[in-house]
Design a protein around this ligand. Structure first.
Ligand SMILES: Nc1ncnc2c1ncn2[C@@H]1O[C@H](COP(=O)(O)OP(=O)(O)OP(=O)(O)O)[C@@H](O)[C@H]1O
Length: 574
């Protein structure tokens, strides 16, 4: 609630005016049955057509006034609720952007998408409906009961029975509805999840002829959503006839008690008509309250899901005394670093890792798949924080750098090279938005990307599809390397980033990186041993532990594991 109020606050003035206009509409609504009573009792009974005409014109005037009030009130409340949801969605997006990798690991991407779209829409509808429809319905009911009681207090005994019956129905709706609607949102997550996975992986689905299986998976998720939505709709379906029954029984009761009053001469026929009119309006208004409650119980589930995102504590942030220090030499040292992805993990993924690298050196990290290579390099730019121990750059704990400053000085080429829709140049400018054409071309030349980019008809202005679908895997990797080099980083991390590049091109990239103008401390994760032969230091990881470190020549002499990898890839003769 606290979170919601914060977003409603800037628009309270719109809500106030919306309520004022709604009061005008309400006044017009409540006064009309009383005029009808007068038309019947005075105009019709006395056959006074002038009176009927006069009162009818007043009624039309009131109807127009009510319409203007209703229109203005709807426009204002819609504007306010739309603006509310724009702000909320913007802040949710900002929050997700600030998430650390482990925060993102906790929420599924599809769930985040549902939260930012469908959940926000639910809450927006709730705000609009509560502000206008519910408020109006409640006031109309109270005003209607008062006006009807003014006509005849004895007939009003009907409300004493009808209103508690409705309240019971409402409570039932809230109690039953909330759990069902929470499930509906979860099912929607699931549908979005399957859909997203299939759209992103459409090519794999086709290649593995998984379309039919995936269709079934989608059908399951889709039907799951339908089943829980139908459960929710059943509540609505039951509520409607129950309320109509209460309405009809109440009308019969008015006619019956009103008939007795009429025969005693304490009630006129015009008053009976007006009474039924009030009763219908009141019960209709209360029905709207019931539907509003359904919306609210649905939105309550969404509010909780939105709050989960807003209240997530971002676990990686600037330390209070962090500064914008510049990395000068690029020396990197790990001191007894241990890391677990989550507290629940029994075994750490990295165990007691210690090593140091001088500025400008190239470090290669070798190890079997799953040995922790990517995890190790991800710690350097604080994509995850170490569980124990520390990492130093130029002798300073990485936590003493501001996150932005640390990451700005480290160039990362992740294992999965993801490009964004836009031109190649726009993608390269991610490295440094102020880079000039010369710098972009130089970086691309080092990454061996300039040649193929220039061969495209539109060169650097070639438009890339989402995730870079229209370039090959190796080209994507080279653009990603160029993007990191545009940054002119002090530390460069290449996480298996030349796996799709042929060996000759890979050697050229390595050579370019060793050139003086590109010289920076470089971490290379590679599967091919040929990539790492020239490294200043090779670290061999096994099950999260360093089992050997040194140069190629040293390791050939000291490490059996390294020797095995070397022989298996290069042959015995080598
Ligand atoms: N986000 C994550 N959450 C939980 N566990 C993870 C996560 N990422 C990786 N792991 C686990 O950590 C271990 C090390 O993974 P890592 O990606 O660092 O290995 P790697 O040596 O780089 O492997 P590869 O050569 O296959 O890329 C693996 O057992 C993996 O299952």
């Amino acid at each position: 609630m606290k979170n919601l109020l914060k977003y409603i606050k800037p628009y309270w003035i719109f809500f106030i005016f919306s309520i004022l206009l709604m009061l005008v509409e309400l006044y017009a609504d409540l006064i009309q049955p009383a005029i009808i009573a007068d038309i019947v009792d005075i105009g019709v009974v006395n056959q006074d057509f002038n009176y009927i005409l006069h009162r009818s014109l007043i009624m039309i005037g009131l109807a127009v006034l009510g319409m203007i009030g209703g229109f203005g009130s709807t426009v204002l409340s819609s504007y306010a609720s739309q603006s509310f949801s724009v702000d909320l969605r913007r802040d949710l997006f900002k929050k997700v952007q600030s998430f650390s990798f482990s925060n993102i690991d906790k929420f599924k991407t599809s769930s985040l998408i549902t939260r930012l779209t469908s959940d926000v829409t639910q809450v927006q509808n709730m705000v609009r409906i509560t502000m206008r429809m519910m408020f109006r319905a409640v006031l109309l009911s109270i005003g209607g009961v008062l006006m009807a009681s003014l006509l005849n207090l004895r007939v009003s005994i009907i409300f004493v029975v009808a209103i508690p019956a409705l309240v019971v129905a409402f409570i039932w709706v809230i109690k039953k509805g909330f759990p069902i609607f929470s499930v509906v949102q979860q099912k929607l997550d699931k549908v979005n999840g399957v859909m997203r996975e299939n759209l992103v992986g459409a090519r794999v689905v086709k290649a593995f002829v998984r379309a039919d299986l995936e269709k079934n998976r989608f059908k399951e998720a889709n039907e799951g959503l339908m089943n829980s939505s139908v459960k929710g709709l059943k509540i609505v379906a039951l509520l409607m006839p129950a309320m109509m029954l209460i309405l009809n029984l109440s009308i019969v009761a008015v006619l019956w008690i009103g008939g007795i009053e009429y025969s005693k001469g304490t009630m006129t026929d015009g008053q009976i008509i007006a009474y039924i009119n009030y009763l219908t309006r009141i019960l209709m208004a209360l029905m709207r309250v019931a539907f509003g409650l359904i919306m609210i119980s649905r939105a309550k589930a969404s509010v909780l899901r939105i709050n989960e995102v807003l209240d997530t504590e971002v676990d990686i942030h600037d330390n209070p005394n962090a500064s914008d220090s510049a990395i000068k030499k690029g020396m990197v040292a790990f001191e007894n670093v241990t890391f677990k992805y989550s507290k629940e993990n029994k075994e750490p993924i990295l165990k007691d890792i210690s090593f140091s690298v001088n500025g400008g050196e190239t470090v290669a990290i070798l190890g079997a798949t799953g040995s922790g290579k990517s995890t190790l390099v991800n710690l350097i730019s604080r994509l995850y924080d170490v569980t124990e121990g520390k990492i130093l750059i130029d002798g300073k704990d990485i936590k003493s750098f501001k996150l932005k400053s640390l990451r700005n000085q480290i160039g990362m080429v992740l294992q999965e090279s993801i490009l964004f829709s836009g031109t190649i140049k726009e993608n390269l400018l991610w490295g440094d938005e102020n880079a000039n054409d010369n710098e972009i071309i130089t970086a691309s030349q080092s990454a061996q990307a300039d040649e193929f980019i220039s061969n495209f008809t539109k060169g650097y202005e070639t438009i890339l599809g989402q995730r870079g679908v229209n370039v090959s895997g190796g080209q994507k990797q080279r653009i990603s390397i160029a993007r990191a080099l545009v940054k002119k980083p002090k530390i460069l991390i290449l996480d298996d980033s030349t796996s799709a590049v042929d060996m000759a091109t890979e050697a050229k990239i390595q050579e370019a990186l060793r050139r003086k103008e590109n010289k920076c401390t470089t971490f290379v994760i590679a599967q091919r041993i040929s990539t790492v032969l020239d490294a200043d230091k090779i670290i061999v990881l096994d099950k999260g532990e360093i089992v050997a470190q040194g140069t190629h020549e040293e390791l050939l002499k000291t490490s059996e594991i390294y020797k095995d990898i070397y022989i298996s890839q290069m042959g015995k003769e080598a």
